[in-house]
Design a protein around this ligand. Sequence first.
Ligand SMILES: Nc1ncnc2c1ncn2[C@@H]1O[C@H](COP(=O)(O)OP(=O)(O)OP(=O)(O)O)[C@@H](O)[C@H]1O
Length: 753
Amino acid sequence: MRREQEFIDGLYARVDALRGDAETSVADALAQGDKPMQARLERDILVAERSGLLAALNAVDGSLCFGRIDLTGGDSHHIGRIGLRADDADRTPILIDWRADVARPFYLATGHTPMGLRRRRHISTEGRRVSALHDEILDLGDTTRTGHEDPTGDAVLLAALSSARTGRMGDIVRTIQADQDRIIRAPHRGVLVVEGGPGTGKTAVALHRAAYLLYEHRELLARRAVLVVGPNPAFLGYIGEVLPSLGETGVLLATVGELFPGVRATAADTPEAAAVKGRADMADVLAAVVRDRQALPDPVVAIEHDREVLMLDDDLVSVARERTRAAKLPHNVAREYFEGYILNTLTDMVAERIGTDPYDGSNLLDPSDITQIRDDLAENPEVWSAIDQLWPRLTPQRLVADFLADPEGYVGDADADAIRRPVTRAWTVADVPLLDEAAELLGEDDRLARARAARERETQVAYAQGVLDVSYASRTYEFEDMDDEDSEVLSAHDIIDAERFAERQEEDDHRGAAERAAADRTWAFGHIIVDEAQELSPMAWRLLMRRNPTRSMTLVGDPAQTSEAAGVGAWADILQPYVEDRWEHTRLGVNYRTPAEIMDVAAAVVRAENPGFQPPGSVRSTGVRPWVRATDDLPGAVEKAVAELAPSPKLSASLEQGGAPTGRLAVIAPRDLHRRLAARLDGVTAGAEPDLTRAVVLLDPRQAKGLEFDSVLVVEPGRYGTSDLYVALTRATQRLGVLHTGELPKALADALA
Ligand SMILES: Nc1ncnc2c1ncn2[C@@H]1O[C@H](COP(=O)(O)OP(=O)(O)OP(=O)(O)O)[C@@H](O)[C@H]1O
């Protein structure tokens, strides 16, 4: 213990030194004020790098090193959240990053396959103090004993699983299990589906995979960012600290409802409306809506020009429309062509009228006259209002709002009734994939933006050229100093030209990749991780696939927990249109969350509907049986049950004193009961985005998805569908109680009897 403490003190001394260096260089750089261009650029790069290092060092402080492997050859390595090197000439590694290959046996070695290990040691710390060691002997011939042996090898895992919850998910880097490790480190190309029942660590594995991929493919992924998609904002808050605790910040966490920049989905859809909006054929429906905006005159559009009236009729506009459509460009982009065809048509009309020789019918105008006529027409506002009427510029918001206000004719009557709503209403989550689809169909008429970008780019290239010239000048100076004109050392001038330098400058935008990605609808992420993937509609999949053209994805989910009517049944159905059958499927089969006593009850509920159902086996049992009670005073019974189910005596005490609670309790009840129940529960948090760090949280079953609590009270289970009930029953790590006024589902009654 003392030796480990000394070693860990040494690691922290190194961390403190690195942190001191990083802080000093950031402070010095920022204090330099305005500098010549090159110095400014270097300063920005240095500040960004060192700030990232600082953030990582701060994040891992207090839990830096958690393990050690001793190899049969005599070497040993300490394993930690980040890698560290000594400050010596060889930069000797002193702490191995958990993601490095060298660390792998820590997770995979067994007595049967020791992978060259003699011993695996788990080091537990409280802050910077070593509090416990647990050793596993993997070389059975080795008789040396340390006095810290853990004969079953799972003391650290079981302690982690039984510990009080905090309302925030923690990382599992100390105790990743072998089957989880294989998924975390699976190659990054292609689509990997991770399926598993409740509590099998799907979310944990997905997040550690993000951290692993960022480590293994840092160059690519730090630039393109990783997107983690979760089912709702409360869930994203729940998992939000896992990656920072692993020293990773360049990841964007978002719900599908947050993936259309500038739109916040605040309204809710009925399940019927969400199902209609999520259907794959909505892509064709929206395409038809756009085509209908490319109107024909009814019967003619009259334009006053030069004291004459020009008539655009059906036939003329039809030709222009078909030619424009033939370009197969998005609507707003194609408009440039339509404008051209209409201007040409009108020019021909005017030319014919004023230029035709009355004697032989030939045209007397020369090309410069024709150009003049076209330019005059282009200055006539009536021409532009005719074009606006026939091929209007459209925004996704306008198009989708108008369609939802008046969907008749595009979908069946019942579907139209389900989705119809006033133009002014707030957006819903299911609207976001429609907006994204519309944005694809419409494209952006970016002629103005392109002209502006070209000007900006010229300025930037000029700036970069200036920087390079400075660097070239300084190179000459240095080389003269070194008297080494033929040096092999290359300067920036030799390796990058000004154009590329300007591009790099853009990449060094002050915002990180994740932040830039959040603001850019067309961003192509390096990797996308989708949690609760079974909930996404076909339209939501279309949106996500557009954000990831390389199809590098990890999808985690559990079809038995699907609650969204729009969700898709089978992975093959989801993936076939995008990657055909080129995807891999893996399963996680051990439940680390729910004790066996609770899992038996939850499984019985699903089995009533699906007799062949196989739930994941629980790794723990607590000896505490779940209970059920009938009541005719629901609020009173809930109040009493909350006091009883409090995760520890400390929770009730801390609730009374308003102190920080240990352990968390969720009351899962139908939404319409929330107000009545909240009135009886002190300090309870509820609503669309409840604060999960509070002692008692009131949720509906959908909101509970993906979350976990020490104790759970399920209220009125008879009102949930099977999969929602399954979700609700599998959220507890310790205790479960059920309260009801109405009839209990039979399977639940039998299982709890
Ligand atoms: N190897 C592990 N070591 C320690 N804890 C683990 C491990 N694997 C999973 N857990 C814990 O088990 C719990 C369940 O994990 P997680 O939420 O990732 O499961 P899930 O499969 O996503 O569940 P659900 O489908 O119910 O949302 C979490 O508290 C997680 O930290």
